[in-house]
Design a protein around this ligand. Structure first.
Ligand code: AMP
Ligand code: MG
Length: 484
């Protein structure tokens, strides 16, 4: 039985300068670690066939399925503020696109499937640890309801990759609405190839923003739409304590999905200046800096689109500034509305913002666990998260007075709060433990269990209650690594 994937490729039909055609490099002994069966079904693929040895070969890049048109996409990007005119898929190959059960076009990409013309000095490979981390965190984000790329499968290759030491090699099958980034626009803009920028913009509009097709000032509309989606995305990150870690323009998706899970992490104790990434020495991508950085990245996108705005470039700049100006309002509205839901407010009153800010300030001062404080607040049980519970009591008094003005019952409020405040997040120490078991002992049971628990982040799962716990002092993970 051969595995058939009904590809309908559109990106590889764009001009040659957009990508390089390159096949995955066959690997020694592919073995399937995990298949995301519900996602396979959603994509119209047969999970049983993907679980056969031939399926594992496809997911490892050893066999290229018929209808695939494998390419490495070209892109540029600002990395930590420094512009690199050519990055591109150095360790990822897009097999092709499928139309899913909802009629949406989805990219199917292999990450870690061998070198491409964009690999520079890299080996085009991925180590098992980062592959498992991306699988866990991207699927956790999906379960939390946050726009994200997905993970269809993880396979080990039977080969070693060499980082500081020899590590098991692996391939992640990543699914995305598209892999088009701010950096994809930058690739053409820096080459002053306005026709390519226009071609890319038209492709993006048809694919992600079809409502703009018949609008006036389509390209202005495109910038506005991306600004809105990014503003809402970053608000969602902050509301769950997520730190992306490498918000370079090449890791900033035009579709508004979270993409590129490298040194990302969820924070335990609330700390607005929290950084985990070992390479983020200046704290550029710290938790609370993320909205500012998203706007910075969007400003780079705006620069790329200016030639499409019209011949009068002074006017174009003014228009772009206007559109970018909407970011902070959209972000604040999404963030404040989310915070209100987190503390159980259904209505909006003067003083709410200050009340909530006072809670966040007290949490920071008391190193309160971000996730558990909000989760426990529903049962008015958050005081134990504070080093100085008296500080919480003062705030709780004001909160009680405020929620007494809401028409909802306590039961309704609790249900609403539980639906937005997760109990289970991918805590760093859990992710690390799972990776250690897989890498050192070839034991994937902890990985399977963590993935299972995180698929229902808002539900009490009494048998897995320990997964909600913050790390003990000696379990704390202080740094995360790109690990490419
Ligand atoms: P990232 O840190 O994942 O955003 O990657 C930044 C750039 O480095 C992209 O162009 C990647 O394709 C490239 N890259 C990262 N790791 C490797 C690798 N192992 N081999 C080749 N290219 C890589
Ligand atoms: Mg990247």
């Amino acid at each position: 039985m051969t595995v058939h994937i009904p590809f309908q490729n559109s990106y590889s039909a764009l001009p040659d300068s957009f990508f390089a055609r390159v096949a995955p490099t066959p690997v020694a002994a592919p073995r399937l670690i995990k298949l995301n069966r519900p996602l396979a079904l959603q994509l119209g693929l047969d999970p049983d066939l993907l679980e056969t040895p031939e399926g594992a070969e496809i997911l490892a890049g050893k066999t290229v399925p018929s209808g695939a048109d494998p390419i490495a996409m070209a892109y540029a990007g600002h990395q930590f503020g420094n512009f690199v005119p050519q990055l591109g898929d150095g360790r990822a190959i897009l097999l092709g696109e499928v139309i899913d059960r909802h009629g949406l076009r989805r990219d199917i990409q292999l990450k870690g499937s061998g070198p491409t013309p964009f690999s520079r000095r890299g080996d085009g490979r991925a180590a098992l640890g980062p592959v498992l981390r991306e699988y866990i965190v991207s699927e956790a984000m999906f379960a939390l309801g946050i726009p994200t790329t997905r993970s269809l499968a993880a396979v080990v290759t039977g080969e070693q990759v060499f980082r500081e030491t020899a590590l098991p090699g692996a391939v992640l099958t990543r699914v995305a609405s598209s892999h088009i980034r701010v950096g994809t626009f930058q690739f053409f803009a820096v080459r002053r190839d306005t026709e390519a920028v226009r071609r890319l913009a038209d492709h993006v509009i048809a694919r992600h923003y079809p409502e703009l097709l018949n609008a006036e000032r389509t390209y202005h509309g495109l910038l506005g739409a991306v600004v809105a989606r990014q503003a809402e995305l970053v608000a969602r990150w902050l509301l769950v304590g997520f730190i992306h870690g490498v918000m370079n323009t090449d890791n900033s998706s035009i579709s508004g999905e979270t993409i590129d899970y490298g040194p990302c992490a969820f924070m335990d104790a609330y700390n607005p200046s929290q950084v985990f990434s070992s390479i983020d020495e200046m704290g550029r991508y710290a938790y609370a800096n993320q909205p500012r950085i998203a706007l910075w990245n969007l400003t780079r996108l705006a620069e790329c689109l200016l030639p499409l705005f019209g011949d009068d470039q002074d006017k174009a700049v003014a228009e772009a500034q206007d559109i970018l100006g909407a970011f902070s309002e959209t972000f604040s509205a999404a963030y404040q509305a989310g915070l209100r839901r987190k503390v159980g407010l259904f209505t909006e009153r003067e003083g709410d913002e200050a009340l909530i800010q006072d809670l966040l300030d007290a949490m920071a001062k008391n190193q309160a666990d971000f996730t558990l404080t909000f989760r426990k607040l529903a049962a008015d049980d958050a005081r134990s998260e504070f080093m100085d519970p008296a500080g919480f009591d003062e705030w709780a008094g004001r909160w009680h007075a405020r929620i007494a003005l809401e028409p909802q019952t306590a039961v309704e409020r609790q249900a609403a709060m539980h639906a937005v405040n997760p109990l289970f997040i991918p805590r760093n120490h859990r992710v690390e433990a799972v990776i250690q078991a897989a890498v050192n002992d070839d034991d994937y049971a902890p990985f399977d269990e963590l993935v299972k628990v995180l698929a229902k982040p808002f539900e009490e799962q009494p048998e897995y209650a320990a997964y909600a716990d913050p790390p003990l002092p000696d379990q704390r993970v202080l740094q995360t690594f790109c690990g490419t």
